[in-house]
Design a protein around this ligand. Structure first.
Ligand code: 4HQ
Length: 253
């Protein structure tokens, strides 16, 4: 996959792109990131890309022209098929695992990182074809959201994670939160690993993990559970979890 990132702070991406799995994905040719400095498309001698808002008000607004020119320099011309041209903004559809897998199926993405109080509305109306938010909070720019999207999408690209189960076996891919994990030592400051995980009984371990994942999701994210199609086994486990929780409530923990 090729990702073009339009930003006035390309240096924010260097640590991210040169670390761990993202670095390896780039080295192995699964991911190509082309950083475009929007300032290179400013046509004034101070290379400024922002201006005061028409109608007044606080802050500055990113101008349309440098962003249009930067995108147009990446695309073959009118009539051609446009890849997703995504503006990162709190007004967009909220990013989640389903959107990550949709984007991972694309050959190319163009990500536009805004700054200041936002971007000229004509960018939204006539240049971008998607707007994505990474959550309901206000950041200083779209660079961190762009990195979040690149990160979540890259790990879904074929060949990026050694074990293909790794990408799908985790919580959000399955719609449940993760079960608790432990590694050596068995005893740490007197805190023991649950006996079942040392038993070697793989069916018992599978059931325990499933029960833990269901219980965690029920307690912390019941909204996720409500969306799921549960198997008969899951239903039995969940009925048990709820029954035990109600008993503990009656007895005061
Ligand atoms: N931004 N998800 C860029 C965000 C944001 C978010 C605030 C984007 C400022 C200029 N982007 N503007 N949350 O907070 O994507």
């Amino acid at each position: 996959m090729r990702v073009d990132v339009l930003t006035i702070f390309p240096e924010m991406f260097t640590g991210f792109l040169n670390t761990s799995i993202i670095k390896r994905a780039r080295e192995q040719g699964h991911l190509t990131v082309n950083l475009v400095d929007i300032r290179d498309y400013a046509r004034n001698k101070h290379r400024s890309v922002d201006d005061y808002p028409f109608g007044g008000g606080p802050g500055m607004v990113m101008q349309a022209e440098p962003i249009f020119l930067a995108v147009e320099a990446l695309l073959p011309g009118a009539g051609a098929v446009r890849p997703p041209i995504i503006l990162l903004s709190p007004q967009g559809e909220v990013f989640n695992q389903a959107l990550a897998s949709e984007l991972a199926r694309q050959e190319r993405l163009i990500l536009i990182c805004g700054h200041y109080e936002g971007v000229d509305e004509r960018v939204r109306q006539f240049l971008v074809n998607r707007e994505v938010s990474i959550g309901d909070y206000v950041l200083t720019g779209g660079e961190l959201p762009a990195m979040v999207i690149i990160d979540a999408v890259t790990r879904l690209l074929p060949g990026v994670l050694g074990d293909p189960a790794g990408a799908t076996e985790d919580s959000f891919a399955m719609g449940l939160l993760e079960y608790p994990q432990y590694t050596r030592p068995r005893s740490f400051r007197g805190l023991e690993v649950p006996e079942v995980l040392l038993s070697g009984n793989h069916e018992q371990i599978r059931l325990w993990r499933r029960q833990q994942a269901l219980e965690r999701t029920w307690r912390r994210r019941p909204d996720l559970l409500a969306k799921l199609e549960l198997s008969p086994e899951d239903r039995r486990l969940l009925v048990d979890i709820i029954r035990r929780a109600e008993n503990e409530e009656l007895q005061g923990e």
